[in-house]
Each structure stands twice: as structure tokens, then as C-alpha cells.
Design a protein around this ligand. Structure first.
Ligand SMILES: NC(=O)C1=CN([C@@H]2O[C@H](COP(=O)(O)OP(=O)(O)OC[C@H]3O[C@@H](n4cnc5c(N)ncnc54)[C@H](O)[C@@H]3O)[C@@H](O)[C@H]2O)[C@H](O)CC1
Ligand SMILES: [K+]
Length: 518
């Protein structure tokens, strides 16, 4: 949800607008609940915190006033300390309503003691009140401040009807756990979608769940955007070498040393701790010379072959994720090696480039934690058996990946055909193109970053390196595959700004760090 919310900004849909929609939806639901539950007009008390959840409360207040309700707002965070810019904007509007004709009272609660003096605390007969909990939503972190704990206690002790905005304050929106104390609402108004933790917590803790539409288009969930960067875990202060990703790249032959190196440079730029490249002797020396940050394992032979199996299984034991294929060439011996490797290795794997031409689709069908990264022609070749089995040869044969001048039905149909094929395997399929399409089961993501200068050789190797790095950093295969297309395309866009059509794939890694940092 946090990712989707930020991705709306990439579509030009601002958080301020979403907050307005949220507040309006909340006021509509409160009005319904009030006529449903009470025989006479009720008074509304809204508790607000320092973030977006409180902001929703301020907007709801404005709409509730127009519906004729009397509204008291208890600001647990004084106005000058409110952190969310959009909340600030909305509380300022309420402050500007002065001298006021609307029935609104704003109370800034500076310390816990002030809470003892408020109306709700003084009387326990608040059965004709609705309390709206806009204290904490999806942004909750760490221990609750004393003032917040006390406010939650007061809310729970009152016999008003309690309604939480988005998440009952105090509850972890991902796990549903209440570490200290949480509001026990009669209803929770979930914005856009019910957060994972609320489903886990159950109605005892959330009250009745009502979903409020706030105008987020489904595409904000499908298109990759800056919000998806939030999927990456924060590094722990206590972590040490090796805790943040160990990647193995298996590739290269006597003709190709660049491909595995480009994958390696991009993987390192995602922040992985250790990067191993296992390559035949013929290419390993050259690969070593590209970067002092690579740990290069030199394997016997001019190309990858079955005699390398034990060495590779040994190195694989020590890493978190493995990329198979860049620059490996198409030797029969390499084919044998790869097909045994994918059967034996249980760790997250990415298969790219020559790997896709050599590995049998049937051997990887049931692998969950797997990413393949074909462009459309490679996709057709890799899945040819499945395409024949499903009798889709004619339709796929004439298909391209362009969406220009198509209506939504034609777009649906095009995607449905591809999905019929991709859903035959359990891993993630990243089909590279102007728009990258990412499939896993019934899920689809689309990436729109990137530019025509990226048709230069090696950008796919960079993408595969990024996907493998993200797997090693703990993301699942769908998120790794999807986010890798966004990062690779975005770094390509920044590289284009600097180098124009002269950009080279080895330069993409230069920009990855700054995208992640932002
Ligand atoms: N797309 C949407 O769903 C929209 C949701 N909106 C609402 O915004 C919140 C999320 O807003 P955010 O500012 O990220 O977080 P919170 O309001 O939950 O609060 C964060 C705020 O509180 C402080 N804080 C965090 N932890 C604690 C703590 N343990 N004790 C005290 N204070 C704490 C923190 O410093 C922040 O300042 C979402 O739930 C929706 O309600 C928007 O309206 C837009 C659309
Ligand atoms: K809340």
C-alpha cells in the first residue's frame, strides 16, 4: 500500500488529492454509521497524530462540518510539529476557518496531563459520540509515546462508537500485532485496500472492516514506480560483511567476458556485500581486470562444462542468489552443466541470455524462487513446448509487444495470451521490451522506465545482475524481477541524460546507487 500510494505520484496523482478523497470517503461512512447507530444527531471527536492518518482526520472534519455535525479535534501532535506536509495544509485550512460559523473546536494536546482535562475523559457517558481515531496508520514505528498510549486508553474506556481510520492506532499494519496498546474500534475504515495485518488480526481487534475508495487507479498497483523502492529492507546498523547480499554469477567464455562483468557491476551497485563471478579460465583473467571489487573464480576449460559442476556447487553453498547465463555461449557441454545445475541448486536463481537458450523449461517449471529475463523472441523460444501444447502457435507467432493504438480490450487480450503461457511456470517471467512485462501466476507488473538508447548490447546483462542482487537482499522473485526493470530503466534514463545515445551498458551501474539513495 505504501508503494502504491507513492506510485500514484508518478501518475501525477498527488497525495494531497488522495487525502482529500480519503477524508471525504471517511465522512460519508461516518454519516452512514451515525444514522444507522443513533436516533439523534451525534457529536464527533477526532484524535489526530503527526502523519497522514491525522491528515485524513482533518479533511474528514471539514466534510463532517458541512454535513452539520459538531466536531472536536484533539491534536496529539501540536500544529507546529506536524510532519506530513499534506496534513499541515489541511490543518491550516481548519485554522483559517476563524471566526468560525461551523461548529468546530481545535484542541492542541501538549502533554499527557492535558488529556485529563478533556471532555471525553471527564464524562463516561459518551454513548452519543463518535470518536474517530486518526492517530497512527501505516506509518507507525517503534514504541508508542506516553501521550499516545494514554489517548488510546481514554478512547478505549469511553463508551462512544469508535472508528479507526485505515488501521487501529497501535496495530502493526503488516503483522496485525499490537505491541503495547491499540485502539479497539467498532469499525475500521480501510483506505483503498485492507492492509495485510488487519486480515491477520481479525474482527475482534479491527471491528467491522469497511473499504473506502480513494480514487487510486488499478494501474498504480500494476505500474512500477518509485514507491516500489520501499520494498527494499533497511540495513541494520549491526550488520556485517555478508549480511547484505552474496551473489554468484556463472557465465563467460573465451569470446565473452563483458556480459558477466556488466551483470556484476550492476549487482554491486545495488549494494550487495560480496560478488562472485565463476567463469572459464579463458575469460576469468579479463573479468578480474575489470574491477577490483569482483571475486573471480577461475574454472577449468575454455567454456563452462560438466567438469565445473562440483566447483560451482561448492561456491553456490556460500551465496544467497545465483545468476546463470551471461556470456556463457551455447556449447553442448555448457547445456549439460546448466541443466544439472538448475536441478541441483535450491537457492533463488536468475536465468538470462544464453542460459535461456540452453535450459529446458520442464526442469524449472516448479521452481518458486526463480526469475527468467527473456526479450519477446527469447520468450517464444523458451516456452515453445508449452505454446505448442496449448495450441497458441498462431496467435503468438503474429504477436508483438506494442500497445500503441490498442484499446483496453485488445490490451487485455494480448496480455491474456502471454499470461496463459507464463502461468505454466511457478517463477517470475520478465519480458523485456519498450514496456517490460513481469508475470507471476495471476499477477502482472509493467515497467515504463528506459529509453531507445538502451538497445545497446549489455543492458539485459545489467538487468539480470540487478534482479539477482535484489534476490540476495531478501526480496521475493516477483518483487526482485519487477523492481530490477524499474531500476535498470531508470539508470538508463539518467545515463541518457549524461551520455545521450552514446550510453554504454557498463555505465548503468554508475547511476543505480543514487536512485536507491533517493
Ligand atoms: N494511499 C493511501 O492509503 C493514503 C493514505 N493516507 C493516510 O496516511 C497514512 C500514512 O501516513 P504516514 O504519514 O506515512 O503515517 P502515519 O499517519 O501512520 O503516522 C506517522 C507519523 O507518526 C509518527 N509515529 C510513528 N510511530 C510512532 C510512535 N510509535 N509513536 C508516536 N509517533 C509515531 C511518525 O513520526 C509520523 O510522523 C495512512 O495510514 C492513511 O491514513 C493519506 O491520506 C493518503 C492516501
Ligand atoms: K488510525
Amino acid at each position: 500500500m505504501i508503494a502504491t500510494d507513492l506510485n500514484c505520484e508518478d501518475l501525477g496523482l498527488s497525495r494531497l488529492v488522495l487525502m482529500e478523497n480519503a477524508g471525504k470517503s471517511i465522512s460519508d461512512e461516518i454519516a452512514k454509521l451515525s444514522t444507522f447507530t443513533f436516533s439523534k444527531p451525534v457529536k464527533i471527536a477526532i484524535f489526530t497524530g503527526s502523519g497522514g492518518n491525522g491528515g485524513d482526520g482533518f479533511v474528514a472534519a471539514r466534510h463532517l462540518l458541512n454535513r452539520g455535525f459538531e466536531v472536536d479535534i484533539y491534536l496529539l501532535t501540536p500544529i507546529n510539529q506536524i510532519k506530513s506536509q499534506d496534513s499541515k495544509t489541511n490543518v491550516e485550512i481548519l485554522k483559517n476557518i476563524f471566526p468560525n460559523f461551523s461548529r468546530i473546536n481545535l484542541y492542541e494536546i501538549n502533554d499527557s496531563d492535558t488529556l485529563n482535562t478533556i471532555e471525553i475523559t471527564k464524562s463516561n457517558s459518551f454513548s452519543e459520540h463518535i470518536i474517530i481515531d486518526g492517530i497512527l496508520g501505516t506509518g507507525i514505528k517503534g514504541k508508542l509515546k506516553t501521550k499516545i498510549k494514554k489517548a488510546i486508553e481514554i478512547i478505549n474506556n469511553s463508551n462512544a462508537l469508535k472508528v479507526s481510520i485505515d488501521v487501529p492506532s497501535g496495530m502493526d499494519p503488516q503483522t496485525g500485532e499490537i505491541a503495547e496498546i491499540g485502539v479497539k474500534p467498532g469499525y475500521t475504515l480501510s483506505l483503498h485496500a485492507v492492509k495485510t495485518g488487519l486480515k491477520k488480526a481479525g474482527e475482534d481487534l479491527t471491528g467491522g472492516l469497511i473499504i473506502c475508495d480513494i480514487g487510486i487507479p488499478i494501474e498504480a498497483e500494476i505500474f512500477l514506480g518509485k514507491g516500489d523502492l520501499k520494498r527494499l529492507n533497511k540495513r541494520k546498523n549491526t550488520s556485517h560483511k555478508g549480511n547484505n547480499g552474496k551473489v554468484l554469477i556463472i557465465g563467460g567464455n573465451n569470446d565473452f567476458s563483458g556480459a558477466p562483468s556488466i551483470s556484476g557491476l550492476s549487482a554491486l551497485s545495488c549494494g550487495v556485500d560480496l560478488l562472485y563471478i565463476a567463469s572459464p579460465k579463458s575469460s576469468s583473467l579479463v573479468i578480474k581486470s575489470y574491477s577490483p571489487d569482483f571475486i573471480v573464480k577461475s574454472l577449468k576449460g575454455d567454456f563452462l562444462n560438466i567438469n565445473n559442476l562440483n566447483d560451482l556447487l561448492e561456491i553456490a553453498k556460500d551465496v544467497d542468489s545465483i545468476l546463470i547465463g551471461p556470456g556463457s555461449g551455447l556449447e553442448e557441454e555448457t547445456r549439460k552443466l546448466f541443466n544439472i545445475l538448475v536441478a541441483k541448486i535450491k537457492k533463488p536463481i536468475v536465468i538470462d541470455a544464453d542460459g535461456l537458450k540452453l535450459i529446458d523449461v520442464n526442469l524449472i517449471k516448479n521452481k518458486e524462487n526463480l526469475i527468467i529475463t527473456p526479450h519477446f523472441n527469447e520468450f517464444k523460444t523458451f516456452f515453445k513446448e508449452i505454446i505448442i501444447k496449448k495450441d497458441l502457435k498462431n496467435q503468438i507467432g503474429s504477436l508483438d509487444l506494442s500497445f500503441e493504438n490498442l484499446n483496453y480490450k485488445q490490451i487485455h487480450d494480448k496480455i491474456a495470451i502471454i499470461q496463459e503461457i507464463t502461468s505454466e511456470i511457478k517463477g517470475t517471467i520478465v519480458i523485456k521490451g519498450k514496456y517490460d512485462l513481469i508475470f507471476k501466476g495471476n499477477k502482472i507488473r509493467i515497467n515504463k522506465t528506459g529509453n531507445p538508447a538502451m538497445t545497446v548490447g549489455g543492458t539485459g546483462d545489467s538487468l539480470a545482475g540487478i534482479a539477482t542482487a535484489l534476490l540476495s537482499l531478501g526480496l521475493n522473485d516477483l518483487d526482485s524481477g519487477a523492481l530490477s526493470t524499474y531500476l535498470n530503466g531508470k539508470s538508463g534514463d539518467l545515463a541518457y541524460e549524461k551520455y545521450g545515445n552514446g550510453l554504454r551498458a557498463s555505465q548503468l551501474s554508475e547511476f543505480i546507487g543514487q536512485i536507491l539513495k533517493k
